[in-house]
Design a protein around this ligand. Structure first.
Ligand code: TYM
Length: 336
């Protein structure tokens, strides 16, 4: 029996942070042996807000290097660049023509990002989830492993697939496979280090709010030293009045590889003065091999480009097949 498939991606809009690692990449690494994995850099999504053309290509290569540095094996997984496979844009157009406007008006991430853009908010930002649906459905994955913030986009993807199947397929012969989101119980929503009620995010203006995977030991120590805590002694999980405490304990649990129960016992009587250095040290050690491999990989552009070339070949073959199926179902003739 052939393996089930996963697909996921990250926007190359700057350095990746702990949220991207714990919410997404770390889970892909755990799944890559069991699943046929398609992992890409969403560089078409990266231009839906103002971007620097000087940095787009290098950021894209850096994200590929980060995937590999975190443990994705290019021999097992297909790593590719979204814009290298034109079927993404073409399928997005076809989906645009079956997606009701009001489905997109409900998207939380659009509303949040649009506020920041004011008058300059683009059609692309509004249409972003439709492109994401195309990214996913082209590869007919079984599962889409993402952080909590992408759940609504995967649900929209399911709705678009079902609508297309209803309009242009039949129950016996659906055109598109309807995938499921895969969201882990912990790490799916890593919070800001300066406000435990806000998600850790690349676009937060404060560098102190996140730990980047490329941060060195001194930077990590500084960020943990200055992160927000509370005046309570004794550290506990899941107290809604102590969001920072829950977030920092969860980070310690995930990075140390211990169970929640073990961490709860270990930290029950600790004060912040004892916990912060412990968390900082654990984080430095967990991220050290990632950072070191990342630095090695980014000095070998030729290797990264060769990974992306072979990824593109594999991705393109599958994407072309699905796109042709959709076009045929919608009444297009496919030139031979
Ligand atoms: P992006 O680039 O914002 O984030 C990439 C992945 O990291 C997860 N993530 C987090 N997880 C936990 N805590 C956080 N604070 C945190 N911040 C980010 C995200 O949930 C995501 O899994 N639209 C997508 C990219 C995309 C995509 C796709 C993903 C485009 N097409 C198709 C999956 C399938 C995005 O902007 O993710």
């Amino acid at each position: 029996m052939s393996k089930q498939r996963i697909l996921s991606g990250i926007q190359p809009t700057g350095n990746l942070h702990l949220g991207n690692y714990l919410g997404a990449i770390r889970n892909w690494v755990a799944l890559q042996d069991e699943y046929d994995s398609f992992l890409f850099m969403a560089d078409l999504h990266a231009v839906t807000v103002p971007h620097d053309p000087q940095k787009l290509a290098i950021n894209t290569l850096n994200v590929a290097a980060t995937y590999i540095a975190c443990g994705i094996d290019p021999q097992k997984a297909t790593i590719f660049v979204q814009s290298h496979v034109p079927a993404h844009s073409e399928l997005a157009w076809l989906f645009n023509c079956i997606t009701p406007l009001n489905w997109l008006e409900r998207m939380i991430q659009f509303k949040e990002k649009a506020v920041k853009q004011g008058e300059n908010v683009t059609v692309g930002l509004f249409d972003y989830p439709v492109l994401q649906a195309a990214d996913i459905l082209l590869y007919e994955p079984d599962l889409v492993p993402v952080g909590e913030d992408q759940k609504q986009h995967v649900e929209l993807t399911r709705d678009i697939a079902s609508r297309l199947n209803f309009q242009y397929g039949s129950e016996e012969k659906p055109v598109l496979k309807v995938p499921e989101p895969l969201i882990q119980a912990s790490g799916a929503r890593v919070m800001s280090l300066t406000d435990g009620t806000k998600k850790m995010s690349k676009s937060d203006p404060s560098e102190l709010s996140r730990v980047d995977l490329s941060d060195d030991a001194d930077t990590i120590q500084k960020k943990i030293k200055r992160c927000k805590t509370d005046p309570v002694r004794g550290l506990v999980f899941d107290d809604p009045k102590r969001p920072e405490c829950n977030n920092l304990l969860t980070l310690y649990m995930l990075l140390s590889g211990q169970s929640k129960e073990a961490v709860a016992v270990e930290c029950a009587d600790m004060g912040w003065g004892q916990f912060k250095p412990l968390l900082a040290e654990t984080m430095v050690e967990a991220l050290r091999p990632i950072r070191e491999t990342f630095l090695e990989l980014t000095s070998d552009r030729g290797y990264l480009e060769s990974v992306l070339r072979s990824g593109r070949e594999k991705a393109e073959a599958i994407a072309a097949h699905t796109l042709a199926n959709v076009k045929t179902a919608m009444g297009y003739t496919i030139p031979r």
